[in-house]
Ligand binder design. Sequence first.
Ligand code: ZN
Length: 242
Amino acid sequence: MKYAILADIHANLEALNVCLEATRGVDGYICPGDIVGYGPNPNECVEIIRGLKSKIVAGNHDRVVAGQLDINAFSREAASAAEWTRKIITGINLKYLEELPEYIEDNDFEMVHGSLRDPLEEYISSISEGIPTIELMKKKLCLVGHLHIPLVITKEPKSEYDGWQLADGDVVKTSEFDKTIINVGSVGQPRDMDSRASFGIYDTAAKTIEIRKVVYNISAVQEKMRKSDLPDFLVERLSFGR
Ligand code: ZN
């Protein structure tokens, strides 16, 4: 089976559409959370992901918009975008967000948005931050989102930990490691200084995950964000991928 992994879409319809085009023909979709927040098209993005019948977990932004997580933990800009999203999200889409699980276990992997210790809010950005999750892992592979930077944390059979950032075209062979945590980066708001939309291709037979990056129409998204009075900081950062 080949899956497209689409994380941290953040209501960026242009980026999502380009990723879907680039992954046409895959057998399924996996979404490590944060469909909404920051961007101008939450309803359209939720409807697409619902239609794909993805394997999916909730992100912190999905939970804040659904009123299940305290908005006070957010930065001013993130809170303002979440409040805007709450005003325009439809009842059926809100219900979908409310009912998303925080953790799923599949045949070959398990998945959370943040970490296995704290599924919604903890970032895994380094080897030391990955170790507690590796210790809790039931499967050989754990997919995460939240950081918006593609990276891998591994544990080798001899108990050695390693971790590194991933770039376009990098392939991780998960069978080489005892445990692997992978973040494929963000579709809708990348933060690795590369403004392209980031996603992963997971081949369950080959046990590989490849990072891919695609160009999308950033200025079209920015124009919609300005018209919707979304915070300037959120508009600008898309140009730089930070
Ligand atoms: Zn996010």
